[in-house]
Design a protein around this ligand. Structure first.
Ligand code: HEM
Length: 289
């Protein structure tokens, strides 16, 4: 059988620039972290820092693979679908590297690592998410789609929603006091899931995805603010009104609250999609680009 560089070509065997670019980009965070590690740029605890970096990128890749369907619809960019599997497999590779870094940190003590995974709930959750990603990566080939049948394959790959949720919970639990970034990720997860649920449930949503996406951006941001207030109340007994009020304070020296970031990111997607739809209306030939 002739060698076929699948990450670089489309189904017709032609060079696919989008796939090739994404393929190369997926290596960048890993190589960057390895470079920083080798150059001693990761601070006093380089192993910990590398574990964190690779864990964060695992989560980002899971989210990017979840974002492909909404982005494809909103941006009317069907070729995006061609990179979804690649991003999903990258998430698994990064998750595996994250586990291996943890192994290195524990001096390759398999019994210790196994008992920690069983005893520490945040590690158990991370491990279940990793097993899920492994199952999806192992069934991500065309041959496996044929073997399972498209319907069963699709149902199996819906497990990525649960994996995304487990990954966010793992991130939250290991972050302990500083839950700023996990809260943002949780808010974006809500937006991604709500968008899917609304589109799946309503024919009207298919006709007005931009309107739906903007409405859901506001709902997700509001839920992020509320979730943050509940979290601080439950974990630190901070009055909910104080956390809610903090969302209305604008100070250039402070980071914007997670709810505002969720709103900004999800509305930015809507604005880019609206601009692209305007361009496509004038130059429909770009639709195939
Ligand atoms: C899909 C699977 C996983 C994802 C998405 C994931 C993601 C993450 C993220 C985002 C962080 C935080 C990084 C930061 O704070 O900058 C983290 C930390 C961590 N993860 Fe995972 N992880 C996964 C699986 C695992 C597994 C299987 C293990 C080990 C059994 C593990 C062990 C750890 C450890 C030890 C930390 C650092 C905790 C600390 O510093 O106290 N993770 N992970």
């Amino acid at each position: 059988m002739p060698f076929r560089p699948y990450p670089l070509i489309d189904r017709a065997g032609r060079f696919a620039p989008l796939k090739a670019a994404v393929f190369v980009l997926l290596f960048v965070p890993g190589l960057w972290t390895a470079y920083d590690f080798a150059m001693g740029n990761l601070g006093p605890r380089p192993h910990d820092e590398a574990t964190h970096e690779v864990g964060i990128w695992t989560l980002r890749f899971i989210f990017l693979s979840l974002a492909v369907t909404p982005l494809r619809e909103l941006l009317q960019w069907s070729k995006l679908l061609a990179v979804r599997r690649m991003v999903g497999v990258a998430a698994f590779v990064y998750a595996f590297a994250h586990l291996m870094l943890y192994f290195v940190h524990q001096a390759f003590d398999v019994v210790k690592v196994a008992s920690e995974i069983v005893l520490r709930i945040y590690l158990t959750i991370g491990f279940v998410a990793l097993l899920g990603l492994a199952a999806l990566a192992a069934t991500s080939t065309d041959a496996m789609i044929r073997r399972l049948g498209a319907k069963r394959w699709r149902r199996l790959h819906q497990a990525v929603y649960v994996i995304g949720l487990l990954a966010v919970i793992h991130f939250f639990m290991q972050s302990k006091l500083n839950v700023y970034e996990p809260t943002i990720m949780a808010g974006l997860f809500v937006w991604l899931m709500l968008y899917r649920a609304v589109v799946a449930a309503s024919a009207a949503a298919r006709k007005a995805p931009l309107l739906v996406a903007s409405g859901l951006a506001i709902v997700s941001a509001a839920l992020t603010v509320l979730g943050e207030a509940i979290y601080f109340k439950l974990m630190m007994n901070v009055p909910m009104a104080r956390v809610l009020a903090a969302n209305l304070v604008f100070d250039i020296d402070l980071d914007p609250r997670p709810g505002w970031i969720v709103l900004a990111i999800s509305l930015a997607v809507v604005i880019v999609a609206a601009l692209r739809q305007l361009v496509l209306r004038r130059r429909p030939q770009l639709q195939t680009a």
